[in-house]
Design a protein around this ligand. Sequence first.
Ligand code: AMP
Ligand code: FE
Ligand code: FE
Ligand code: ZN
Length: 284
Amino acid sequence: MCQKSKYEADLHCHTSASDGLLTPEGIIEHAVRRGLRAIAITDHDTITGWTKAEETSERLGILLIKGIEINTDWEGKEVHILGFGMDENNKSFKKQLFDLQEKRIFRIKEILEKLKKLGIDISFTDVLQYARGESVGRPHVAQAMVKKGYIASIKMAFDRYLKIGCPAYVPRYKLSPTKAIKIINDSGGIPVLAHPGVQDLESDIRQWVEEGLLGIEITHPDHSLDDKIKYHKIAERKGLIATGGSDYHGPGIKPGIELGDWGVGLDIVDQLEQMIKQNQIEAK
Ligand code: AMP
Ligand code: FE
Ligand code: FE
Ligand code: ZN
């Protein structure tokens, strides 16, 4: 028996198209088992999970919102921008995603060179064993390090080698939140600032709203109650949609995190769908 989720909809999760463990089909099936009525898949910098997720959601009768999470850098902090409802046929959107994938590959190869100098010999082929989808990232390097016995856990791989400030860290390709917001808006999607409490981004939000940010993620496992209250007030004041999701990466990746235990009600899903419709018209 699968325990029912706390929310009706979860607007943030990852599949094997990026660094999640479950396939797009698997995550939709899991959402249905959990009793969810709507779900957004938001893989890092890729939409290759959309097709299978859509087929499965139509078959099983759950609403799918097509999403993405674009990783950007901002004044030494990692800022993640969620996007919902982009037009997958938009040429410039597709080109931007292709560029991001190329830059990801390049960055991972640089990380592997740094690791080699530190005596850790991992090949790009080793990493690709874990990156089953298009979007290769540091979690896949960490998995290869654990598998080859260089380190005990993924978390330790990040804490000792891969995090900002660590010896094998390579800065991300220079993509700003401003650019990510534009990429999403230009292809008819809704840009939403992901988990701002993690990076303490309160003072930066005003600028991004002027640049087209339309929402803030409020309900997220890394947010304290204070974060939720603070960012909810900002969302209300600025007329932004308040989204939420579990940031689920699969069973056992982060103990205690289950799909749908962070999320939103169907009222927010309706609001988001209305906004997507409106933005699709304006982007054309
Ligand atoms: P990348 O996209 O290659 O920069 O990797 C970012 C991803 O690594 C995030 O989306 C998380 O899934 C994961 N991650 C980031 N920091 C940590 C950490 N300290 N421990 C485990 N996983 C992490
Ligand atoms: Fe991730
Ligand atoms: Fe994130
Ligand atoms: Zn995420």
